[in-house]
Design a binder for this molecule. Structure first.
Ligand code: CA
Ligand code: CA
Length: 178
């Protein structure tokens, strides 16, 4: 909206002023936000979620050609509900530091909402890639990799204490099964 140029009538000047007032008025109302008639499912101001990586359970060792069963723990230390659909990556690392350079073994969306102060765990079954070298590893998680959840802390979304696991070569029969 541009101001009227020279030569406008008294009427158009009045109209312009009224329109300007109306748009400023709606702007102010929008930034403050209505307090009456708020959708009851909308969280109040100042509430924030805070996902953080919970414990992971895996077997001590698994053969590369078998199914790895994992329980992936997550927590919400914040004050706002986290809706489902944010993405978790599960990583296999040769050291204790989990980062995006590690081998990704799982990638899924959180299936349930996570209440403030709540925790949940997701049971997962994954077949490892046969090309993965056998040996000792750590399994860890990285939460909300797509940045879908706004959190009071984004720096605690990687599991700090990943769990050890030994991957054994496929086709090697355990003793006593011949
Ligand atoms: Ca977090
Ligand atoms: Ca986040």
């Amino acid at each position: 909206m541009t101001p009227p140029g020279p030569g406008y009538s008294q009427f158009s000047r009045w109209t312009w002023g009224l329109m300007l007032t109306a748009s400023l008025g709606s702007c102010v109302a929008g930034s403050e936000g209505p307090t009456v008639g708020r959708n009851p499912t909308e969280p109040g101001p100042g509430l924030e979620a805070d996902l953080f990586a919970g414990p992971i359970e895996v077997p001590d060792q698994v053969r590369l050609d078998s199914i790895l069963e994992m329980t992936i723990g997550v927590r919400n230390g914040g004050t706002r509900v986290v809706n489902p659909g944010w993405v978790i990556r599960v990583m296999l690392s040769q050291d204790r530091t989990i980062d995006s350079a590690d081998i990704q073994i799982d990638h899924f969306s959180a299936p349930r909402e996570l209440l403030p102060g709540g925790e949940d765990s997701y049971l997962r079954h994954k077949k490892l890639r046969a090309s993965t070298p056998a040996g000792p590893y750590y399994v860890g998680s990285i939460l909300d990799v797509t940045g879908a959840v706004s959190e009071s802390s984004e720096g605690n979304n990687t599991l700090q204490f990943p769990v050890p696991i030994i991957l054994t070569a496929q086709g090697v029969a355990p003793p006593g099964t011949n």
